[in-house]
Ligand binder design. Structure first.
Ligand SMILES: [Fe+2]
Length: 406
Protein backbone atom coordinates (compact mmCIF):
# COMPACT_ATOMS: atom_id res chain seq x y z
CA UNK A 1 0.00 0.00 0.00
CA UNK A 2 1.31 3.43 -0.99
CA UNK A 3 1.99 6.01 1.69
CA UNK A 4 1.36 9.66 0.82
CA UNK A 5 4.63 10.41 2.66
CA UNK A 6 7.94 9.02 1.33
CA UNK A 7 9.59 6.29 3.42
CA UNK A 8 12.86 8.22 3.36
CA UNK A 9 11.16 11.09 5.25
CA UNK A 10 9.53 8.76 7.78
CA UNK A 11 12.84 6.99 8.48
CA UNK A 12 14.35 10.20 9.87
CA UNK A 13 12.07 9.73 12.90
CA UNK A 14 13.31 6.22 13.70
CA UNK A 15 15.98 6.03 16.38
CA UNK A 16 16.51 7.50 19.83
CA UNK A 17 16.28 11.00 21.28
CA UNK A 18 19.97 11.40 20.47
CA UNK A 19 19.48 11.24 16.71
CA UNK A 20 15.85 11.00 15.56
CA UNK A 21 13.68 13.99 14.63
CA UNK A 22 9.92 14.50 14.81
CA UNK A 23 7.57 12.75 12.39
CA UNK A 24 6.65 14.63 9.20
CA UNK A 25 3.88 17.00 10.35
CA UNK A 26 1.48 15.60 7.71
CA UNK A 27 1.15 12.37 9.75
CA UNK A 28 -0.98 14.35 12.20
CA UNK A 29 -3.56 15.70 9.77
CA UNK A 30 -3.39 14.34 6.21
CA UNK A 31 -6.59 12.38 5.36
CA UNK A 32 -4.80 10.04 2.91
CA UNK A 33 -2.12 9.29 5.47
CA UNK A 34 -4.86 8.54 8.01
CA UNK A 35 -6.27 5.83 5.71
CA UNK A 36 -2.78 4.41 5.22
CA UNK A 37 -2.05 4.51 8.96
CA UNK A 38 -5.30 2.78 9.86
CA UNK A 39 -4.18 -0.21 7.78
CA UNK A 40 -0.53 -0.06 8.84
CA UNK A 41 -1.16 0.33 12.57
CA UNK A 42 -4.70 -0.67 13.51
CA UNK A 43 -5.49 -3.63 11.21
CA UNK A 44 -3.12 -6.10 12.85
CA UNK A 45 -2.14 -4.76 16.29
CA UNK A 46 -3.71 -5.51 19.69
CA UNK A 47 -6.22 -2.75 20.51
CA UNK A 48 -7.43 -2.28 24.07
CA UNK A 49 -11.22 -1.93 24.23
CA UNK A 50 -12.03 -2.27 27.93
CA UNK A 51 -11.67 -4.24 31.15
CA UNK A 52 -12.65 -7.71 32.23
CA UNK A 53 -14.88 -6.40 35.03
CA UNK A 54 -17.22 -4.94 32.37
CA UNK A 55 -18.34 -8.49 31.45
CA UNK A 56 -18.64 -10.42 34.71
CA UNK A 57 -21.68 -12.62 34.10
CA UNK A 58 -22.61 -14.94 31.23
CA UNK A 59 -24.39 -12.78 28.65
CA UNK A 60 -22.77 -9.51 29.78
CA UNK A 61 -21.56 -7.64 26.72
CA UNK A 62 -20.36 -4.24 25.61
CA UNK A 63 -19.98 -2.59 22.23
CA UNK A 64 -16.87 -0.82 21.02
CA UNK A 65 -15.69 0.66 17.72
CA UNK A 66 -11.90 0.31 17.68
CA UNK A 67 -10.54 2.02 14.57
CA UNK A 68 -14.14 2.48 13.40
CA UNK A 69 -15.02 -1.26 13.44
CA UNK A 70 -18.26 -2.00 15.33
CA UNK A 71 -17.54 -4.98 17.60
CA UNK A 72 -19.10 -6.85 20.52
CA UNK A 73 -17.20 -8.16 23.55
CA UNK A 74 -19.26 -10.78 25.37
CA UNK A 75 -18.97 -13.40 28.09
CA UNK A 76 -20.35 -16.43 26.25
CA UNK A 77 -22.25 -19.47 27.52
CA UNK A 78 -18.95 -21.19 28.44
CA UNK A 79 -18.15 -18.08 30.55
CA UNK A 80 -15.28 -17.16 28.24
CA UNK A 81 -14.78 -13.60 27.06
CA UNK A 82 -14.94 -13.41 23.27
CA UNK A 83 -15.01 -10.68 20.63
CA UNK A 84 -16.94 -10.66 17.38
CA UNK A 85 -18.00 -8.24 14.70
CA UNK A 86 -21.35 -6.55 15.24
CA UNK A 87 -21.96 -6.54 11.48
CA UNK A 88 -24.88 -8.78 10.52
CA UNK A 89 -23.77 -11.13 7.72
CA UNK A 90 -27.17 -10.65 6.08
CA UNK A 91 -27.30 -7.01 4.92
CA UNK A 92 -24.68 -5.22 7.00
CA UNK A 93 -26.78 -3.75 9.80
CA UNK A 94 -24.99 -3.62 13.16
CA UNK A 95 -26.79 -6.02 15.47
CA UNK A 96 -26.00 -3.91 18.56
CA UNK A 97 -27.05 -0.57 17.03
CA UNK A 98 -29.17 1.32 19.55
CA UNK A 99 -32.49 2.28 17.96
CA UNK A 100 -34.21 3.14 21.24
CA UNK A 101 -34.67 6.76 22.15
CA UNK A 102 -34.49 7.90 18.53
CA UNK A 103 -36.68 10.90 17.78
CA UNK A 104 -36.99 13.54 15.04
CA UNK A 105 -34.22 15.57 16.62
CA UNK A 106 -31.50 12.92 16.76
CA UNK A 107 -32.35 10.42 14.01
CA UNK A 108 -29.56 11.64 11.73
CA UNK A 109 -26.88 11.40 14.42
CA UNK A 110 -24.12 8.79 14.21
CA UNK A 111 -25.07 5.30 15.43
CA UNK A 112 -24.86 4.60 19.13
CA UNK A 113 -24.30 1.05 20.36
CA UNK A 114 -25.82 -0.99 23.17
CA UNK A 115 -24.18 -2.71 26.11
CA UNK A 116 -25.88 -4.89 28.75
CA UNK A 117 -26.83 -8.50 29.35
CA UNK A 118 -28.54 -10.74 26.76
CA UNK A 119 -29.24 -14.39 26.02
CA UNK A 120 -28.73 -13.83 22.28
CA UNK A 121 -28.22 -11.00 19.79
CA UNK A 122 -31.09 -10.24 17.45
CA UNK A 123 -30.45 -7.97 14.50
CA UNK A 124 -33.17 -5.29 14.72
CA UNK A 125 -33.48 -5.14 10.91
CA UNK A 126 -34.73 -8.61 9.86
CA UNK A 127 -34.54 -10.44 13.18
CA UNK A 128 -31.69 -12.78 12.40
CA UNK A 129 -30.70 -14.26 15.76
CA UNK A 130 -27.16 -15.11 16.89
CA UNK A 131 -26.17 -16.95 20.06
CA UNK A 132 -23.50 -15.70 22.47
CA UNK A 133 -20.89 -17.51 20.36
CA UNK A 134 -22.01 -15.49 17.32
CA UNK A 135 -23.52 -18.50 15.52
CA UNK A 136 -26.75 -17.88 13.59
CA UNK A 137 -29.59 -19.74 15.31
CA UNK A 138 -32.60 -18.28 13.53
CA UNK A 139 -33.43 -16.38 10.33
CA UNK A 140 -37.09 -15.81 9.43
CA UNK A 141 -38.39 -16.75 5.97
CA UNK A 142 -35.12 -18.13 4.62
CA UNK A 143 -36.29 -21.74 4.08
CA UNK A 144 -36.99 -21.27 0.39
CA UNK A 145 -33.53 -19.88 -0.23
CA UNK A 146 -31.97 -23.17 -1.33
CA UNK A 147 -28.33 -22.08 -1.21
CA UNK A 148 -28.55 -20.48 2.25
CA UNK A 149 -26.87 -22.48 5.01
CA UNK A 150 -27.58 -21.18 8.53
CA UNK A 151 -24.87 -23.39 10.02
CA UNK A 152 -22.21 -21.61 7.92
CA UNK A 153 -23.39 -18.16 8.97
CA UNK A 154 -22.08 -16.29 11.98
CA UNK A 155 -20.87 -12.96 13.28
CA UNK A 156 -17.18 -12.73 12.37
CA UNK A 157 -14.88 -13.91 15.17
CA UNK A 158 -12.19 -11.45 16.33
CA UNK A 159 -8.99 -12.40 18.20
CA UNK A 160 -9.10 -11.45 21.89
CA UNK A 161 -6.52 -11.51 24.65
CA UNK A 162 -6.65 -10.37 28.24
CA UNK A 163 -3.60 -8.88 29.93
CA UNK A 164 -3.84 -7.82 33.56
CA UNK A 165 -7.59 -7.31 33.27
CA UNK A 166 -7.37 -5.24 30.09
CA UNK A 167 -9.23 -6.67 27.08
CA UNK A 168 -7.44 -6.42 23.75
CA UNK A 169 -8.77 -7.35 20.30
CA UNK A 170 -6.97 -7.90 17.02
CA UNK A 171 -8.57 -7.90 13.56
CA UNK A 172 -5.83 -10.25 12.37
CA UNK A 173 -7.03 -13.60 13.69
CA UNK A 174 -3.53 -15.03 13.16
CA UNK A 175 -1.70 -12.27 15.02
CA UNK A 176 1.11 -13.26 17.37
CA UNK A 177 -0.09 -13.24 21.00
CA UNK A 178 0.30 -9.97 22.91
CA UNK A 179 1.38 -11.30 26.32
CA UNK A 180 4.91 -12.47 25.39
CA UNK A 181 5.75 -8.98 24.05
CA UNK A 182 4.84 -7.37 27.40
CA UNK A 183 7.43 -9.18 29.56
CA UNK A 184 9.36 -6.05 30.58
CA UNK A 185 6.23 -4.11 31.48
CA UNK A 186 4.79 -7.11 33.32
CA UNK A 187 7.88 -7.22 35.53
CA UNK A 188 7.85 -3.47 36.15
CA UNK A 189 4.19 -3.30 37.22
CA UNK A 190 3.75 -6.68 38.93
CA UNK A 191 3.30 -5.18 42.42
CA UNK A 192 0.40 -2.99 41.29
CA UNK A 193 -1.58 -6.21 40.75
CA UNK A 194 -3.51 -4.50 37.95
CA UNK A 195 -5.72 -7.52 37.20
CA UNK A 196 -7.26 -7.34 40.68
CA UNK A 197 -8.08 -3.61 40.52
CA UNK A 198 -11.58 -2.40 39.69
CA UNK A 199 -12.54 0.28 37.20
CA UNK A 200 -14.18 3.34 38.75
CA UNK A 201 -15.94 6.29 37.11
CA UNK A 202 -15.37 5.41 33.44
CA UNK A 203 -16.05 8.26 31.00
CA UNK A 204 -15.91 8.55 27.22
CA UNK A 205 -15.26 11.76 25.29
CA UNK A 206 -16.39 10.99 21.72
CA UNK A 207 -14.68 13.69 19.64
CA UNK A 208 -11.48 15.01 21.14
CA UNK A 209 -10.28 17.55 18.54
CA UNK A 210 -6.66 16.57 17.88
CA UNK A 211 -4.77 13.69 16.27
CA UNK A 212 -4.57 10.54 18.42
CA UNK A 213 -0.74 10.51 18.41
CA UNK A 214 -0.64 13.94 20.07
CA UNK A 215 -2.59 12.47 23.01
CA UNK A 216 -0.12 9.59 23.37
CA UNK A 217 2.93 11.88 23.20
CA UNK A 218 1.47 14.25 25.80
CA UNK A 219 0.56 11.45 28.21
CA UNK A 220 3.91 9.70 27.99
CA UNK A 221 6.54 12.44 27.89
CA UNK A 222 7.80 13.88 31.19
CA UNK A 223 9.58 16.93 29.70
CA UNK A 224 6.52 19.15 30.07
CA UNK A 225 5.70 18.11 33.66
CA UNK A 226 7.91 20.77 35.28
CA UNK A 227 7.07 23.38 32.63
CA UNK A 228 3.44 23.29 31.45
CA UNK A 229 2.43 21.85 34.86
CA UNK A 230 4.85 24.01 36.90
CA UNK A 231 3.51 24.16 40.45
CA UNK A 232 1.06 21.28 40.41
CA UNK A 233 3.66 18.74 39.26
CA UNK A 234 6.48 19.98 41.54
CA UNK A 235 6.17 16.93 43.81
CA UNK A 236 7.33 14.80 40.83
CA UNK A 237 9.74 16.96 38.77
CA UNK A 238 10.52 16.10 35.13
CA UNK A 239 14.12 15.31 36.05
CA UNK A 240 13.11 12.98 38.90
CA UNK A 241 14.36 13.08 42.49
CA UNK A 242 17.93 13.59 43.78
CA UNK A 243 19.78 10.32 43.12
CA UNK A 244 16.93 8.78 41.12
CA UNK A 245 16.55 10.49 37.76
CA UNK A 246 13.46 9.94 35.62
CA UNK A 247 13.93 7.19 33.08
CA UNK A 248 12.27 5.28 30.27
CA UNK A 249 12.52 1.55 29.64
CA UNK A 250 14.87 0.37 26.91
CA UNK A 251 12.74 -0.16 23.89
CA UNK A 252 13.76 -2.86 21.44
CA UNK A 253 12.21 -4.51 18.39
CA UNK A 254 9.57 -6.95 19.62
CA UNK A 255 8.72 -4.99 22.77
CA UNK A 256 4.97 -4.47 22.99
CA UNK A 257 5.08 -1.58 25.47
CA UNK A 258 6.95 1.57 26.39
CA UNK A 259 7.08 2.86 29.94
CA UNK A 260 8.77 5.44 32.12
CA UNK A 261 9.39 6.13 35.80
CA UNK A 262 8.93 9.62 37.22
CA UNK A 263 10.34 9.56 40.77
CA UNK A 264 8.75 11.94 43.28
CA UNK A 265 10.42 13.94 46.03
CA UNK A 266 8.48 12.14 48.75
CA UNK A 267 6.58 8.91 49.17
CA UNK A 268 2.86 8.67 48.42
CA UNK A 269 2.36 11.75 46.29
CA UNK A 270 -0.83 12.30 44.30
CA UNK A 271 -2.27 14.23 41.35
CA UNK A 272 -4.80 16.16 43.40
CA UNK A 273 -5.03 19.48 45.25
CA UNK A 274 -3.14 18.07 48.30
CA UNK A 275 -0.25 16.56 46.24
CA UNK A 276 -0.57 13.55 48.56
CA UNK A 277 -2.12 10.18 47.93
CA UNK A 278 -5.74 10.28 49.14
CA UNK A 279 -6.14 6.52 49.55
CA UNK A 280 -4.08 3.84 51.31
CA UNK A 281 -1.01 2.74 49.32
CA UNK A 282 -1.51 -0.32 47.11
CA UNK A 283 -0.65 -3.25 49.39
CA UNK A 284 2.33 -4.82 47.60
CA UNK A 285 4.32 -1.75 46.57
CA UNK A 286 7.92 -1.32 47.70
CA UNK A 287 9.03 2.02 49.19
CA UNK A 288 10.74 2.81 45.89
CA UNK A 289 7.51 2.16 44.00
CA UNK A 290 5.56 4.35 46.40
CA UNK A 291 7.94 7.16 45.54
CA UNK A 292 7.35 7.32 41.80
CA UNK A 293 4.74 7.55 39.09
CA UNK A 294 4.82 5.04 36.22
CA UNK A 295 3.53 5.93 32.77
CA UNK A 296 2.97 2.99 30.41
CA UNK A 297 1.81 2.69 26.81
CA UNK A 298 0.74 -0.50 25.05
CA UNK A 299 0.62 0.82 21.49
CA UNK A 300 -1.39 1.84 19.74
CA UNK A 301 -4.28 2.44 22.15
CA UNK A 302 -3.73 1.79 25.87
CA UNK A 303 -2.22 4.30 28.31
CA UNK A 304 -1.81 3.45 32.00
CA UNK A 305 -0.68 5.71 34.82
CA UNK A 306 0.28 4.13 38.15
CA UNK A 307 0.79 5.92 41.44
CA UNK A 308 1.09 4.88 45.04
CA UNK A 309 -2.63 4.50 45.83
CA UNK A 310 -4.28 3.81 42.47
CA UNK A 311 -3.93 3.61 38.72
CA UNK A 312 -5.78 5.21 35.84
CA UNK A 313 -6.14 4.20 32.23
CA UNK A 314 -7.05 5.78 28.93
CA UNK A 315 -7.85 4.29 25.55
CA UNK A 316 -7.18 6.40 22.49
CA UNK A 317 -9.27 5.46 19.47
CA UNK A 318 -8.79 7.52 16.27
CA UNK A 319 -12.01 8.56 14.54
CA UNK A 320 -10.51 10.84 11.85
CA UNK A 321 -7.10 12.50 11.26
CA UNK A 322 -8.24 15.37 13.46
CA UNK A 323 -10.26 13.58 16.15
CA UNK A 324 -10.20 10.62 18.49
CA UNK A 325 -12.46 9.01 21.03
CA UNK A 326 -10.87 9.08 24.48
CA UNK A 327 -12.03 6.85 27.28
CA UNK A 328 -10.69 7.28 30.80
CA UNK A 329 -11.18 5.57 34.16
CA UNK A 330 -9.54 4.98 37.55
CA UNK A 331 -8.46 1.66 39.05
CA UNK A 332 -8.69 0.90 42.77
CA UNK A 333 -8.50 -2.22 44.92
CA UNK A 334 -12.02 -3.44 45.60
CA UNK A 335 -11.72 -2.93 49.39
CA UNK A 336 -10.82 0.75 48.92
CA UNK A 337 -14.20 1.33 47.25
CA UNK A 338 -15.75 0.56 50.66
CA UNK A 339 -13.65 3.16 52.55
CA UNK A 340 -15.64 5.88 54.31
CA UNK A 341 -15.77 9.06 52.20
CA UNK A 342 -14.55 7.19 49.10
CA UNK A 343 -16.86 9.21 46.83
CA UNK A 344 -15.75 12.53 48.31
CA UNK A 345 -12.07 11.63 48.02
CA UNK A 346 -12.59 10.40 44.47
CA UNK A 347 -14.20 13.74 43.68
CA UNK A 348 -10.99 15.48 44.87
CA UNK A 349 -8.89 13.09 42.76
CA UNK A 350 -11.05 13.83 39.71
CA UNK A 351 -10.69 17.57 40.28
CA UNK A 352 -6.92 17.11 40.40
CA UNK A 353 -6.95 15.36 37.04
CA UNK A 354 -9.27 18.11 35.76
CA UNK A 355 -6.59 20.65 36.65
CA UNK A 356 -4.08 18.78 34.46
CA UNK A 357 -6.59 18.37 31.65
CA UNK A 358 -7.23 22.11 31.57
CA UNK A 359 -3.54 22.55 30.77
CA UNK A 360 -2.95 19.48 28.59
CA UNK A 361 -6.07 19.46 26.42
CA UNK A 362 -5.81 23.10 25.15
CA UNK A 363 -2.07 22.50 24.62
CA UNK A 364 -2.85 19.46 22.49
CA UNK A 365 -5.46 21.37 20.48
CA UNK A 366 -2.99 24.18 19.83
CA UNK A 367 -0.24 21.66 18.97
CA UNK A 368 -2.52 20.02 16.42
CA UNK A 369 -3.07 23.46 14.85
CA UNK A 370 0.67 24.15 14.89
CA UNK A 371 1.50 20.81 13.30
CA UNK A 372 -0.95 21.62 10.48
CA UNK A 373 0.87 24.90 9.79
CA UNK A 374 3.13 25.49 6.78
CA UNK A 375 5.78 26.44 9.36
CA UNK A 376 5.63 23.17 11.33
CA UNK A 377 9.15 21.89 11.99
CA UNK A 378 10.77 18.51 12.66
CA UNK A 379 12.94 19.00 15.72
CA UNK A 380 15.21 16.97 17.99
CA UNK A 381 14.09 15.68 21.38
CA UNK A 382 15.22 15.98 25.03
CA UNK A 383 16.12 12.89 27.10
CA UNK A 384 13.05 13.71 29.20
CA UNK A 385 10.84 12.91 26.18
CA UNK A 386 12.86 9.88 24.98
CA UNK A 387 9.63 7.89 24.73
CA UNK A 388 8.45 9.91 21.71
CA UNK A 389 11.20 8.69 19.35
CA UNK A 390 10.53 5.19 20.75
CA UNK A 391 6.89 5.54 19.72
CA UNK A 392 7.96 7.05 16.39
CA UNK A 393 10.22 4.03 15.78
CA UNK A 394 7.38 1.66 16.59
CA UNK A 395 5.16 3.53 14.12
CA UNK A 396 7.75 3.83 11.35
CA UNK A 397 8.44 0.07 11.53
CA UNK A 398 4.75 -0.53 10.84
CA UNK A 399 4.51 2.17 8.15
CA UNK A 400 7.51 0.58 6.43
CA UNK A 401 6.04 -2.94 6.57
CA UNK A 402 2.78 -1.67 5.11
CA UNK A 403 4.62 0.03 2.22
CA UNK A 404 6.56 -3.14 1.52
CA UNK A 405 3.35 -5.17 1.58
CA UNK A 406 4.57 -7.45 4.40
FE1 LIG B 1 0.52 16.88 31.03
Amino acid sequence: MESPIALEELLKSRGTYRDAIGLPPKVYSDPDFFVFEREAVFASEWLCVGREEQVQEVGDYFSATPAGEPIIVVRNSESEIRAMSSVCPHRGMCVTADLDGIDDENMLEPTKFLSGNVRYFRCPYHWWVFNLEGQLTGAPEMKETDCFKAEDTSLENIALEIWNGFIFVNFDINADPLGPSLGKLEKAVRNYDLSSLKTVDPAVIPDVPFNWKIMIENFMEMYHNSRLHKGIHDWAPSAGAPGTPSSYSDFEEGDGAMFGFNPSLEMDGGFNPTYKALFPPLPNLTDEERQRVVFAFVPPTLLIGMQSDSAFWFTVNPTSPETHELSMAYLFPEEVLETPLFDELLEAAIRGVGYFNRQDIPTNIATHLGLSSRFANRAHYSWQEAVIPQFNSWLVNRYEKQMEGK
